[in-house]
Write a protein that binds this ligand. Structure first.
Ligand code: AMP
Ligand code: MG
Length: 333
């Protein structure tokens, strides 16, 4: 009796607490496991604060961000920035190297022409000349980092960095660091399609993450309602890049937001969705964008060479998975 009493009196039950907010122009959900609603709330709020803090540093659309200061000074002078901004740019350049330039954070001048900003009315097919002029400015090798002085210099006037292909995964990593520092033993941070988890659910099961069907059936068109497959995450991240996330249609053609840095036009790699699993979110975010540009066969090859796992869906709805996922995910035939 005493034992039972002690047990029920001393062990508080762990539960899942969850909050969704609009940050980084998208829906962010932070889920934590805790035995205290107060601790959970405090940690979740700190996680959101961290994501907002990072967004303010690298927001392309805000003139007040450090990133905008760097972009405005291109070809003129190096700009002193915080360690976080430097770190994010350094990692973006690392992914550029891994993907042979398919991921290219210097894509800013081209993205601007397409109007893939928060305001949907700005989206348009730009003139070919304008694209080719902008492409001359897209060179990640001309992004110079001075680690000691904490400075970034874009060597050519008119160059612009856009960290939209890596920032969400990076922010998920950082939010996880904050949750850990608050004593949270298990959590899932989902910034739209960039999701980082650690620990396990209260029932001991890993986090279950649905990979969205890139072409959902009409009757299941709501977010997360039509799932291609489920993935189970332990201490790792998954990101999905898809042509359905941000796009517009003109003269019957779909123009999406992932640009091939060789052409300045939406990648025509015949991929419609790429999911990548890796230990960290910045890596899954950047690599999934890069693999989208590379296409299924070079993409699967790259993932294999990096020891990462992934799922690629092509325009004919064929599904390719890396070796390590075979037998672990259910893929619809
Ligand atoms: P994601 O949704 O992570 O695949 O990233 C797409 C976003 O990254 C776009 O909205 C652009 O801001 C940016 N982007 C587009 N094409 C590229 C590219 N080839 N390399 C790096 N970033 C890109
Ligand atoms: Mg990405």
């Amino acid at each position: 009796m005493l034992c039972l009493f002690l047990l029920s009196g001393c062990t508080k039950e762990e539960r899942v607490f969850k909050k969704t907010r609009d940050v980084m122009y998208t829906l962010v959900t932070i889920t934590v496991v805790s035995d205290s609603p107060e601790d959970a709330e405090e940690a979740i709020n700190a996680g959101f604060d961290e994501i907002k803090r990072l967004e303010e540093l690298i927001n392309y659309y805000s003139p007040d961000s450090e990133l905008s200061a760097v972009n405005r000074s291109s070809g003129k002078k190096p700009v002193k920035v915080s360690k976080d901004t430097i770190d994010m740019i350094r990692r973006a350049l690392e992914i550029s190297e891994f993907t042979g330039g398919a991921f290219n954070p210097a894509i800013g001048p081209v993205i601007k022409l397409w109007g893939f900003s928060k305001d949907e009315s700005e989206r348009r097919v730009p003139a070919k000349d304008a694209v080719s002029n902008a492409l001359d400015l897209v060179d990640y090798k001309k992004v110079k980092i001075d680690m000691a002085g904490s400075e970034i210099f874009l060597e050519e006037e008119g160059m612009e960095l856009d960290l939209g292909g890596i920032a969400k995964g990076y922010a998920a990593d950082k939010a996880v660091e904050v949750l850990r520092s608050k004593g949270i033993k298990a959590a899932l941070v989902a910034i739209a399609g960039d999701i980082r988890g650690y620990g396990s659910r209260p029932d001991g099961q890993p986090w279950r993450v649905g990979v969205q069907n890139p072409r959902p059936k009409a009757e299941k068109s709501g977010p997360g309602e039509d799932i291609l497959t489920a993935l189970y995450l332990e201490d790792e991240a998954v990101s999905t890049s898809g042509d359905y996330e941000r796009f517009f249609t003109e003269d019957g053609k779909r123009y999406h937001h992932i640009i091939d840095p060789r052409t300045g036009f939406p990648a025509e790699s015949q991929t419609i969705s790429v999911s990548v699993i890796a230990p960290q979110g910045y890596m899954t975010d950047g690599i999934s964008t890069g693999v989208f540009v590379l296409g299924s066969s070079r993409g699967i090859e790259l993932l294999g060479s990096m020891g990462l796992e992934g799922i690629i869906v092509d325009a004919d709805r064929r599904i390719y998975i890396t070796k390590g996922l075979k037998g672990k995910v259910e893929i619809p035939q």
